[in-house]
Design a protein around this ligand. Structure first.
Ligand code: AHR
Length: 491
């Protein structure tokens, strides 16, 4: 068995891991909102004001800290006024399936959902096809406490108090579906929209500029150079794991061979490289790290499941997705000095979801279990650590066998590790530089790499207690099984 060595110093706190790194994304896409989170008041599925009760429970269990809405590409064609009040105009969803939506889920329903989840709202504004006035009046509707025209409209629609809004995205993917802009042009548009985007609710609201697609470093450089820092709290980054790297044949969610598996891992690990490089550019213009990086779309993107609407991006979720989630979340934790939020795409029934539904049945995916396992990282301090681990040469890829992150909270150290090898366990020797380890507990997600949780109630991918470790002379010796995600709480 190969051996890896991990050392940490819990007195050396590096950065706080914002709980928002464990955020989610809900777009008007396929069955994410309609027939997903939102089934309508008259549905036979138990709901509160149209929102599925079991979904709320499941998202509360993983302490969903922030929810992004209404898109995605949908955001730059969304007109909020059509989605408030009693009479609502319908909208053609040109990006996703060409379906007509009745706008029964709109601003008030979204903010109500966030209150039910006790999470922060992250709104994506329409810069691509909307107007400055439209975005300004949306904020007035949401946040004005007095008798302003929009404040009054909200009250007439049944909400007396203003809503709380924590993050405002000014456009989405404006280099592509959000207007096909050059970064120079977008930066100027951003400055204008941001100037008039006022929050009247007397609380902090982070304005988020559209950042790069994957490794588009020119975009980041240009945006950072041209930003009005006074108006900008963060820039976004979108990067998806596409197993084959070919968008026309991405690979299937359920049937993949060993080669495609290691391609998936290698493609996921690219996240670390691009965050490192974008952060270095940001450092040049913002050495005090006042502007955050928000990875507000990440996850596996496979070919849609056969027989489903190609525009709905529905895919199953296996143990492979759990490993991808573990790797990405470890990467975000390790970059928490710059990465202030991340949002899995998407929360339900779309891409690498934490929840899947079929009628009344609801499945918690392997990815949901990773979010559950990693809960102790929320608001913990990333601590100084180093890992010496073997590398794997697989097909034409070289990947590190283990990925990890380690944090401290309430005098306890929390370590999460993934072993991405398909066939080799790894011995891990864990050493604290400042205290002798005297107690530990551990959890594990590990099963067949193709296993998934199904609507018939079978749940092969869950969290189990792990006992494959021992404490010897103040050090912890563990076995990290092939294709597993493992956590340790250490004191
Ligand atoms: O998450 C699906 C789509 O991916 C989003 O709408 C868009 O922003 C991205 O290209």
């Amino acid at each position: 068995m190969k051996t890896a060595y991990l050392k940490f110093d819990s007195t050396k706190k590096l950065s706080k891991i914002n709980k928002e790194i464990y955020g989610h994304f809900s777009e008007h896409l396929g069955r994410c909102i309609y027939n997903g989170i939102y089934v309508g008041k008259d549905s036979e599925i138990p709901n509160t004001n149209g929102i599925r009760n079991d979904v709320v429970e499941a998202l509360k269990e993983i302490k969903t800290p922030v929810l992004r809405w209404p898109g995605g590409c949908f955001a730059d064609e969304y007109h909020w006024l059509d989605g408030v009040g009693k009479e609502r105009k319908s909208i053609l969803n040109t990006n996703w399936g060409g379906v007509v939506e009745d706008n029964s889920f709109g601003t008030d329903e979204f903010f109500n959902l966030c209150e039910m989840l006790d999470c922060k709202p992250y709104l994506a504004g329409n810069l691509g096809s909307g107007t400055v006035r439209e975005l300004a009046s949306w904020l007035e509707y949401i946040t004005h406490w007095g008798d302003s025209p929009m404040g009054l409209m909200r009250k007439e629609n049944g909400r007396e108090k203003p809503w709380r809004i924590d993050y405002l995205g000014i456009g989405n993917e404006n280099w592509g579906c959000g207007g096909n802009m050059r970064p120079e042009y977008y930066a100027d548009e951003y400055r204008k929209f941001a100037q008039f985007a006022k929050n009247y609710n007397n609380q902090d609201m982070v304005k988020v500029a559209c950042g790069p697609n994957a490794d588009d470093y020119y975009w980041t450089e240009t945006i950072m150079k041209n930003l009005n820092t006074w108006h900008t709290g963060a820039i976004s980054l979108h990067y998806y794991t596409v197993p084959t790297g070919d968008w026309s044949h991405k690979g299937a969610a359920l049937s993949f061979d060993d080669k495609e598996y290691y391609q998936t891992i290698s493609s996921t690990l690219f996240m670390d490289e691009i965050i490192t490089k974008h952060s270095a550019i940001m450092d040049k213009y913002d050495k005090d790290k006042k502007i955050g990086l928000i990875v507000d779309e990440w996850g596996c993107w496979y070919d849609v499941e056969e027989g489903t609407n190609p525009g709905f991006l529905y895919q199953q979720n296996t143990m492979r997705d759990a490993i991808v989630a573990g790797i990405n979340l470890n990467i975000f934790n390790s970059h928490s000095d710059r990465v202030i939020m991340a949002n899995l795409a998407q929360v339900m029934n779309v891409l690498q979801s934490v929840l899947l539904s079929d009628g009344e049945s609801l499945v918690k995916t392997p990815t949901w279990y990773v979010f559950k396992m990693f809960l102790r990282h929320h608001e913990a301090n990333l601590i100084r650590s180093s890992l010496a681990a073997p590398e794997l040469d697989k097909f034409d890829k070289t990947v590190p066998m283990l990925s990890y992150s380690v944090s401290e909270k309430d005098s306890k150290v929390f370590l999460t590790v993934t072993n991405c090898s398909l066939d080799e366990d790894c011995e891990l020797l864990i050493d604290s530089e400042t205290f002798g380890i005297s107690s530990a507990s551990s959890e594990i997600i590990c099963t067949d790499i193709h296993a998934f949780n199904d609507f018939d109630g079978s749940e092969p991918v869950t969290i189990k207690e792990n006992s494959s470790y021992e404490i010897i002379n103040g050090k912890l010796k563990a076995v990290i099984p092939a294709h597993s995600v493992v956590s340790f709480e250490i004191a």
